[in-house]
Design a protein. Structure first.
Length: 716
C-alpha cells in the first residue's frame, strides 16, 4: 500500500498528479528516487495500471535495482512485472525480439569496451598504425561521433578531403563496422541507434512497442542525449504519458552528449506539460544550500528553483585562501586531522577537485601525515601512466635501469617492438649488462638509428645533470624526447595537465630542498609511492566532481578554486555555454556537503595557466552572507606554530619570514620531519635550515618555515 504521510507537499503532488506530461525538477538531495518509485506504486495501486504497462528508464543498473527493490517492498507480488531498466538494457530487450527484421539473429553479440579494443588492435595491425599515435579512446570517440551523426565509413572518407590521418581513421572505422557485422555484434552506441532504425524502418514494430507501454518514466532526464530522447519519444507515440525527473542545474555531462536544452525546453515539445519543483533538500544545511542557490542563479539556461532545508542554518561556507599549493594541502590536512581527533571518521570527509592533476599535492601531504585516503574511481597521481613515464625518463638519466628503459625507450614511438626488447633483455642477461648498456655498446645491431638517437639524448641529459636545475632538466627531457609533442598532437589535455603538475612538484621540491639532487628527488617519490600502497577501510575520499555526482559527505573540501583552473580555461573558451556548465559543476560540488563545506584556493604560479592564480568567480558569486572568510589567522595550525606562512591572507616579506623562521628554529633544536623523521638543526642561514637526520637520510637543507617540519617540544 502507498503511504503518503511522510511526503512533503510537492513530493505528494509529483506522485499523484494525473497530467499526461509531467516534468519534475528535482533539486539535489530532494528525494527524487523515492518520488519516482512511489509514482510507480501509485499507478499500480491507486490507478490500477498493470505493472507490465509501466516502463521506468534509469541510467545505472544500481538505480534500477534500487527501484525494483523498493517497489517489491511496497507492493510485494503486485509490483512484479514493471519494466525498470537502463536504456541500454531496454534496447537489448527490444532487439532480442525484433532485430531479425534488420537481418541479425536474435542471439546477436554485445561488444563491450574490451571487445572494441580487440577489433582496433586488429585494424591497427592491418594498416600499420601505432596505439601511441592513434589512442584507442580517441579512435572510439571518432567512430562514435560518426555513428551519432549518421556518417557512414564511405562518407567519413569523403569528408577527410585527402587528409592522410583522417583517411586512416576512416579506414579503421570501416574495418571496425565490418568486423562487428562479421560476428553479428553491436556496441553500446549501436544498441540505441539500431532500435531507432528499427522503429523508423518498420512502423508496425514501433506500434507494437509504443502500445506495450502506457506510462513511460525517465530518471536523470538532464543527462540524456538527442538519440536517447528520440527513442523515448517513439516509445510514447501511442499513449503519450511521459513523466521525467531531473535537474538542469546538475547537467555536467555535455561532453558525453547530454543536452541541457532537452529538459529546459521540455514544455515546448509538450505544450501541456505540468512542472513540479522539488526544492526541499533533505541532505544539507541552509547556509550551504543558500550559497549554492546564489551561485547557480547566475546561469541563464535553467528552470528557476531555490533549495531549502529544515536541517537548520548550520555552519557558514568556509573560504580559505593560501599562498601556495602546498600550503593549501597542509591547511586541508590540518583541518582533517583535527576533525579526526574530535571523533569524525575519515570516510565522512571528501576532497573534490575539477581535474585529476590537482590531487598531487594533497596526496603527498596526506602520505606525509599518515592520513589514509582513497582515490574514488581514479588512479593515484604518481601511478598515472604519463607521470610514471616522465619519472622513468629521469631514472634513465640517473641509473639507466632495465625497468625504466623498457618503459620509455619506445614512448613516443621509435619503431622498437616487444620482440626487439625481448632479444635485448636476453643479451643483457648473458652479458651481465643493463639493457641500456647493450644498446649503448652496440651489441644489438638492429634498429641502430633509433637506438643511437635514444642513447645520444640520454647521454646529453647526463652531461647536463651537474650544471642544471632539476625543473630545467625536466623541461629539456619533456621537449627533446618528443613526449610533450606526442601529447599535444593527440590533444591529451588532462595528461598534459598531469605532466605540468609533476613539473610544479619538482620546482616546489627544489625550492624546499635547495641543496638536493635528482637522486634525492627520486628517492623521495619512492617513499611517497611506497607509503601510498597502504590500505585502510576508514579513508578520506579524493575524487573529481564528475565522480562525486550522486554522492554525499558530512564534510566536503572543494579545492583548486582559481580562475583558469575552476572554471577551467579550456571550457571558458567555449563562451557562455561552457561557463554555465562549469558553474553547474561547482553547484554539484557544493551540494555534496551535508554539514560543512570548505572552499580553498591558492595564489601560487601555475604551469597549467602560466600565471599567478586569482580566486575563482565561483567563490565571488556566492552571496557573502553565507560565507565565513578565514583569511585572517584565527587559530594555530595543527602542524606547528610557524604555519602562518601558508595560512595568512597577505604574503610575508622575506625579512619577516627569515625572522620568524629563526625565532622558530635555532641551532641545536631537535626537530621532526614528516618523511625524514627525527633530526637536529646544525645551522640556520637565510631561512634555510641544515639538519642532520638519522641513516639513511643524512644531512638535508630545508626551508626553515616548511610545514613538514616542526620543533620537538621538550617535556619538563
Amino acid at each position: 500500500m502507498v503511504i503518503f504521510n511522510d511526503l512533503n507537499e510537492n513530493q505528494k503532488k509529483a506522485v499523484v498528479d494525473d497530467s499526461d506530461h509531467l516534468r519534475i525538477i528535482a533539486g539535489a538531495g530532494s528525494g527524487k528516487t523515492r518520488v519516482l518509485t512511489m509514482r510507480i506504486a501509485y499507478l499500480i495501486e491507486e490507478k490500477d495500471v498493470p505493472p507490465y504497462q509501466i516502463l521506468a528508464i534509469t541510467f545505472t543498473n544500481k538505480a534500477a535495482n534500487e527501484m525494483k527493490s523498493r517497489i517489491q517492498e511496497m507492493l510485494q507480488e503486485k509490483g512484479t512485472g514493471t519494466w525498470i531498466s537502463t536504456i541500454h538494457s531496454l534496447c537489448v530487450r527490444i532487439l532480442s525480439e525484433d532485430i531479425e527484421a534488420l537481418g541479425y539473429p536474435r542471439n546477436f553479440t554485445i561488444c563491450d569496451s574490451d571487445d572494441q579494443k580487440t577489433i582496433l588492435k586488429e585494424a591497427y595491425k592491418e594498416y600499420g598504425l601505432e596505439k601511441g599515435t592513434y589512442p584507442y579512446g580517441q579512435m572510439l570517440d571518432y567512430i562514435s561521433a560518426n555513428k551519432s551523426e549518421r556518417v557512414s565509413p564511405e562518407q567519413a572518407r569523403e569528408l577527410a578531403h585527402g587528409d592522410e590521418q583522417i583517411v586512416l581513421k576512416a579506414k579503421v572505422y570501416e574495418y571496425y563496422v565490418k568486423r562487428l557485422a562479421s560476428v553479428y555484434g553491436l556496441d553500446f552506441d549501436d544498441l540505441i541507434l539500431w532500435v531507432i532504425r528499427l522503429f523508423e524502418e518498420f512502423p508496425t514494430i514501433l506500434t507494437k512497442w509504443s502500445r506495450r507501454f502506457h506510462y513511460v518514466l525517465v530518471d536523470e532526464f538532464q543527462d540524456i542525449d538527442r538519440d536517447q530522447y528520440r527513442l523515448i519519444r517513439y516509445l510514447c507515440k501511442e499513449h503519450d504519458h511521459l513523466y521525467v525527473v531531473g535537474d538542469p542545474d546538475q547537467t555536467i555531462y555535455t561532453w558525453r552528449g547530454a543536452d541541457v536544452n532537452i529538459i529546459t525546453n521540455f514544455d515546448r515539445d509538450f505544450p501541456n506539460t505540468k512542472t513540479i519543483i522539488l526544492d526541499r533538500n533533505y541532505r544539507s544545511t541552509n547556509n550551504i544550500l543558500s550559497g549554492a542557490n546564489s551561485l547557480i542563479a547566475n546561469n541563464r539556461m535553467r528552470v528557476k528553483k531555490d533549495l531549502y532545508s529544515e536541517n537548520g542554518d548550520g555552519d557558514k561556507i568556509l573560504h580559505k585562501s593560501l599562498e601556495t599549493e602546498e600550503g593549501e594541502a597542509y591547511y586541508i590536512a590540518s583541518e582533517i586531522l583535527q576533525m579526526h581527533q574530535q571523533g569524525k571518521k575519515y570516510n565522512d570527509i571528501a576532497v573534490l577537485y575539477r581535474s585529476n592533476y590537482l590531487s598531487r599535492t594533497v596526496e603527498k601531504v596526506f602520505v606525509e601525515n599518515h592520513i589514509p585516503y582513497v582515490i574514488y574511481g581514479g588512479i593515484r597521481f604518481y601511478e598515472r601512466a604519463e607521470v610514471k613515464d616522465m619519472l622513468s625518463y629521469l631514472r634513465m638519466i640517473l641509473t639507466g635501469d632495465d625497468l625504466s628503459f623498457s618503459r620509455i625507450v619506445n614512448v613516443p614511438k621509435r619503431g622498437i617492438g616487444t620482440t626487439t626488447l625481448d632479444r635485448i633483455r636476453e643479451i643483457a642477461f648473458e652479458s651481465d649488462m643493463t639493457m641500456y648498456e647493450v644498446v649503448k655498446s652496440g651489441l644489438y645491431s638492429k634498429n641502430k638509428a633509433a637506438f643511437d638517437n635514444f642513447v645520444r639524448m640520454v647521454e646529453h641529459w647526463r652531461s647536463e645533470l651537474p650544471n642544471i636545475a632539476l625543473d630545467d632538466l625536466f623541461q629539456h627531457v619533456l621537449d627533446e624526447s618528443g613526449y610533450r609533442e606526442m601529447l599535444e598532437k593527440d590533444k591529451e589535455t588532462e595528461r598534459l595537465e598531469n605532466i605540468k603538475a609533476l613539473l610544479d612538484d619538482i620546482e616546489t621540491y627544489t625550492k624546499t630542498y635547495p641543496d638536493s639532487d635528482l637522486n634525492e628527488y627520486l628517492q623521495m617519490i619512492a617513499l611517497y609511492t611506497d607509503k601510498a600502497t597502504e590500505k585502510n577501510s576508514d579513508s578520506v575520499n579524493l575524487l573529481t566532481i564528475h565522480s562525486a555526482k550522486g554522492l554525499e559527505f558530512d564534510t566536503v573540501f572543494v579545492i583548486g578554486l582559481s580562475e583558469g583552473i575552476f572554471p577551467s580555461e579550456r571550457t571558458m573558451a567555449e563562451g557562455m555555454k561552457g561557463l554555465e556548465e562549469e558553474r553547474r559543476l561547482a553547484y554539484v560540488a557544493y551540494t555534496r556537503a551535508k554539514k560543512k563545506l570548505y572552499l580553498t584556493e591558492n595564489r601560487a604560479f601555475s604551469y597549467v595557466v602560466q600565471s599567478g592564480k586569482l580566486p575563482s568567480r565561483f567563490i565571488k558569486e556566492i552571496d557573502p552572507q553565507y560565507v565565513l572568510d578565514l583569511n585572517e589567522p584565527k587559530k594555530k595550525s595543527f602542524f606547528f606554530e610557524g604555519a602562518e606562512e601558508f595560512t595568512q591572507k597577505k604574503p610575508v616579506s622575506s625579512d619577516q619570514a627569515k625572522a620568524d623562521s629563526q625565532a622558530a628554529l635555532k641551532k641545536g633544536d631537535l626537530v621532526e620531519h614528516a618523511v625524514f623523521k627525527s633530526g637536529v638543526v646544525i645551522s640556520i642561514e637565510n631561512n634555510i635550515a641544515t639538519i642532520a637526520f638519522a641513516y639513511p637520510y643524512g644531512v638535508k637543507k630545508i626551508m626553515a618555515t616548511h610545514p613538514s617540519i616542526h620543533k620537538k617540544v621538550s617535556k619538563a
